[in-house]
Design a protein around this ligand. Structure first.
Ligand code: HEC
Ligand code: HEC
Length: 243
């Protein structure tokens, strides 16, 4: 092992990566190993400590890629819908969402299990990584004028007052960008705020709970379809881009 250390290029990094895998039983070993194998010179991400045993950002997001990094990837709980785009979402919102799964405000079982395994440091590193993962800028003006019925719903919920210009410039970085997000996911999310007491599908959020409850599911679906049709700043960054 000592001899290897002196001869192999970037072994320190590879070693740290391998060690990190040993610490991360939930990460799919094959995906993580091939990431490291194809790119042995990955530097530890900003914010993570470059000491032996520190997890690289690649190791931290290895298990996320399997769902969030595959275009069109669908989840089947609580109904079939595409998993949300997180590349290009606001970093502060990603961190807030992961904390909400971790502390149980968001009940979704899979994401709760995943978030529970993340430290505060992991959450911040991952949020910064995905927040800067793609650079797309949504136009300031509304991309597509809503039909009168939709305009009425948007006005009733005052959606732009928080989600901002074109629903892509939230007034607070801990609020989500929602323009261009998958319609079926937006619909699931909005219903989750309505069912805030449901122990497996609910989301407890003071702000969005009160708003979502003002609308029928048909209205929430119409809002979701419109918001998804707008140009947004998020994307699915395919797995191959990591390699
Ligand atoms: C097995 C598939 C799967 C894996 C693996 C996975 N996610 Fe998720 N993720 C989902 C699904 C499905 C949702 C939607 C949950 C809901 O309805 O609240 C979600 C939601 C999220 C959200 C909330 C998005 C939003 O717009 O509010 C974030 C942030 C997130 N995941 C980050 C991650 C990170 C970071 C990882 C890796 C550490 C990860 N996910 C791993 C399937 C997955
Ligand atoms: C007073 C501010 C405010 C208003 C008004 C508001 N929202 Fe929100 N919205 C938020 C915040 C804050 C969150 C994040 C909640 C959380 O952490 O789960 C959010 C979350 C969401 C989400 C979940 C996004 C995701 O990626 O999971 C959707 C969808 C959404 N809002 C749509 C709407 C729509 C549609 C309207 C108008 C009918 C609206 N919001 C009005 C503040 C607001």
């Amino acid at each position: 092992m000592n001899q290897l250390l002196t001869t192999l290029f970037a072994l320190g990094v590879a070693c740290a990566t391998t060690f990190a895998h040993a610490q991360a039983p939930a990460a799919p070993a094959t995906a993580a190993a091939s990431t490291a194998g194809a790119n042995p010179a990955i530097a530890p991400a900003a914010g993570s400590t470059p000491q032996a045993g520190a997890k690289t950002i690649e190791a931290k997001v290895a298990m996320c890629i399997g769902c969030h990094g595959i275009p069109g990837y669908q989840a089947s709980f609580p109904e079939v819908h595409r998993v949300p785009m997180i590349s290009g979402q606001s970093a502060k919102y990603i961190a807030a969402a992961l904390s909400a799964y971790k502390n149980g405000d968001r009940k979704h079982p899979t994401m709760r299990g995943i978030a529970a395994s993340l430290s505060e440091q992991d959450i911040n590193d991952i949020a910064n990584f995905y927040g800067n993962h793609v650079k797309k800028t949504a136009p300031d003006s509304v991309g597509r004028e809503p039909r009168a019925q939709i305009a009425e719903l948007l006005k009733k919920g005052n959606c732009a007052s928080c989600h901002g210009a074109n629903y892509s410039k939230p007034i607070d970085p801990s609020y989500p960008k929602i323009a261009g997000q998958h319609a079926d996911y937006l619909f699931v999310a909005l219903k989750a705020y309505k069912q805030d007491t449901n122990p497996v599908t609910g989301r407890t959020n003071g702000v969005m709970g009160a708003i979502a409850k003002q609308f029928s599911n048909a209205e929430l679906k119409a809002l979701s379809n419109y918001l998804a049709s707008l140009p947004g700043e998020m994307a699915v960054q395919p797995e191959s881009r990591f390699r």
